[in-house]
Write a protein that binds this ligand. Structure first.
Ligand SMILES: [Zn+2]
Length: 282
């Protein structure tokens, strides 16, 4: 028996909800220790923590927590009401600012109240956010080299092999590791799809604007500006480029223009297109 235990220390599983609850309890008293008991099941190899009960009325003198008579009464009242089929599989307490270890006083508590082979002591330091767990290895209380933080969906009764569970060294912060990874990738996906939506929105509006602009340009009358070469000496447009606008403007009063033209034959080019035009009409 004892040989087996040395080869394979008790495997511990703790629900991520319980780990979070312990942290919250510890953080609500940032300067004094808090304590409570761990509720769960245990079989030959595995201790599973599924709930915890905060130790109300626990004497919190200085750096030591003590399970008083009142504390136990409170704990058993809640356990019998809410967890009649589970067992007390250990205890937890906080070490605000002085790290994760078991003091002599903690060892005393564990030996006196949690002496079953698979009962464990969970310690959390709210200042450094470090947590660890200690259990029996034969006659010795040792820090567990690893424990599994189990997501609620995996369930404490899911059993091994149904779903791969993260196994971490006790010194890590398992809950963060477990919760943060999927959340981050989801966030990234959301960012990407948001970006894609924005880009397609902008491009579709641009396309509509361009199409509308082209349509308006074709349908409505518009002015086309053409470059006309100008004689650098006179400042007048060169002969071959001045036909259309001048002849058009002179066409309506071409009769007057003709009589004038007859008198002053010395008049220059502008009259000429008008005459041509008249000739064409005949
Ligand atoms: Zn302690």
């Amino acid at each position: 028996m004892s040989e087996q235990k040395k080869e394979k220390p008790a495997t511990l599983r703790i629900s991520s909800d319980v780990a979070r609850e312990i942290r919250q309890h510890a953080c609500s008293y940032h300067k004094t220790e808090v304590c409570g008991v761990l509720i769960g099941t245990k079989d030959e190899a595995v201790t599973s923590i599924v709930a915890c009960i905060a130790g109300a009325n626990a004497a919190q003198g200085g750096t030591h927590v003590t399970f008083t008579q009142d504390t136990w009464e409170h704990i058993y009242k809640i356990k019998d009401r809410d967890y009649p089929n589970e067992r007390i599989v250990g205890w937890y307490h906080s070490h605000p600012g002085f790290g994760v270890f078991l003091s002599d006083h903690d060892t005393f508590i564990h030996k006196n109240f949690f002496s079953s082979p698979q009962q464990v002591a969970w310690v959390y330091d709210p200042h450094s956010d470090e947590e660890g767990c200690f259990g029996w290895n034969g006659e010795l209380l040792e820090r567990l080299s690893k424990f599994a933080v189990v997501d609620r969906r995996g369930g404490e009764l899911a059993g091994a092999g149904e779903k791969p569970e993260p196994t971490l060294s006790g010194s890590g912060s398992p809950d963060e590791w477990e919760d943060a990874a999927p959340a981050k990738s989801e966030e990234k996906d959301e960012d990407l799809s948001r970006l894609a939506r924005t880009v397609s929105f902008v491009f579709s509006h641009l396309a509509v604007l361009i199409l509308g602009g082209l349509l308006v340009w074709y349908l409505l009358p518009h002015i086309v500006i053409l470059p006309v070469p100008v004689d650098p000496q006179t400042g007048q447009p060169l002969r071959e480029y001045q036909i259309s606008p001048s002849s058009d403007s002179k066409a309506p009063n071409s009769d007057q223009g003709r009589s004038n033209a007859g008198q002053s034959s010395g008049q220059r080019e502008p009259s000429k297109p008008a005459e041509t035009k008249r000739r064409n009409v005949h």
